[in-house]
Ligand binder design. Structure first.
Ligand code: NAP
Length: 314
């Protein structure tokens, strides 16, 4: 018979690792299941300076995550690499069925995160963290005084463009149509901002550069005309911030856990609608998706899982 863990944590981003740390320190038998690399979105960020204490020379999202992973290991939380394909969460013992095995636990924390929707243009992956960013709060400061481009026309794109305009020399919003989707009040602020320009009916075909992003080819979708945009030679690079929506990694829980637009609904203590099942980090419906909020969610979820088991065993 399979071992029944106290807790299974699905996902090894900041939320999952924080939950693993708290569970390990509480001496729960806990297992983290991750399908790929630790870290989720933050592992894609070249430099990190908005997580309190992350001040080490050359600190990247990846180096921060490596230290988090090592800290979790120290406290004995188990690790397995697997892709979970189905779940049975309703009873006292929850079962997660993966491509390599079946895992059982009294409690589960879902920390599967959300993935920014990519542009889908040529070379995009090569320049993630080297000019391309999906997070203005994380990366705006690296483009202080430089030119940046923002892709998208929704609330996120326009709000983030307004934020970027505070630090960048110039911000150009590239949108695939000739009108924005963003709320009128947000649009008005952008139209009134001298630092913000617009490139309408335009999509990005290819991004280029040696180490850092320094040019791109864009296409006018109405005329088909291709145009090359290059960095100012004095700058040698520009920023490209992508806000064309996010894809929450919650498909596995469709029809099982309550969600809104794919984001799991929890209370302030991370409980989902199923007793013993918690959610933490970017997968949750919440107002600020950052490492600092993800690790807080993970700590709360693991502490609540421990309380749930204590109550079960009374
Ligand atoms: P969104 O509203 O879905 O907007 C995505 C934008 O990206 C749209 O303008 C869309 O173009 C464009 N887009 C989508 N796929 C694209 C592609 N493959 N290539 C180029 N462009 C593409 O996403 P969001 O702005 O992240 O907002 C998500 C939700 O959060 C929305 O409900 C929004 O109202 C809400 N939100 C609210 C606030 C606020 O109230 N302050 C702030 C942020 C977000 P089209 O317009 O042509 O479809």
């Amino acid at each position: 018979m399979n071992k029944v863990y106290d807790l299974i944590i699905l996902g090894a981003g900041p939320a999952g690792l924080s939950a693993g740390l708290y569970a390990g320190r509480a001496q729960m038998s806990a297992l983290i299941i991750e399908k790929g690399q630790d870290g989720g979105q933050i592992a894609l960020t070249n430099e990190i300076e908005n997580y309190p204490g992350a001040q080490l020379e050359g600190e990247s999202g990846l180096s921060l995550i490596e230290r988090m992973s090592a800290q979790v290991k120290k406290f004995g939380t188990g690790r397995v690499s697997d892709i979970i394909e189905s779940v049975e969460l309703s009873g006292d013992i929850k079962t997660l069925i993966g491509s390599h095995g079946e895992y059982k636990a009294k409690t589960v924390i879902v920390a599967t995160g959300a993935s920014p929707r990519p542009i889908g243009c040529k070379n995009e992956e090569k320049f993630i963290g080297r000019g391309i960013s999906y997070c203005a709060t994380c990366d705006a400061n690296f483009f202080r005084g430089l030119e940046v481009y923002v892709v998208g026309g929704g609330d996120s794109a326009v709000e983030e463009a307004l934020y970027l305009a505070k630090v960048a020399r110039k911000v150009t919003i590239i949108h695939r149509r000739d009108e924005l989707r963003a709320a009128k009040s947000i649009q008005e602020k952008a139209f009134a901002n001298d630092k913000i320009a617009f490139l309408w009916d335009t999509v990005i075909e290819e991004v280029c550069g040696d180490e850092l992003l320094d040019s791109m080819t864009v296409k006018n979708v109405k005329t088909g005309e291709l145009k090359k945009i290059a960095a100012d030679p004095e700058d040698g690079l520009f920023g490209l911030f992508v806000f064309i929506g996010y894809n929450p990694n919650s498909k596995l829980f469709d029809g099982i856990l309550n969600m809104e637009n794919g984001y799991l609904i929890t209370d302030a203590d991370m409980h989902t609608n199923i007793p013993g099942v918690f959610a933490a980090g970017d997968i949750r419906k919440k107002s600020l998706r950052q490492v600092v909020t993800a690790v807080a969610d993970g700590a709360i979820a693991a502490t609540q899982a421990e309380k749930y088991i204590d109550a079960m065993e009374l």
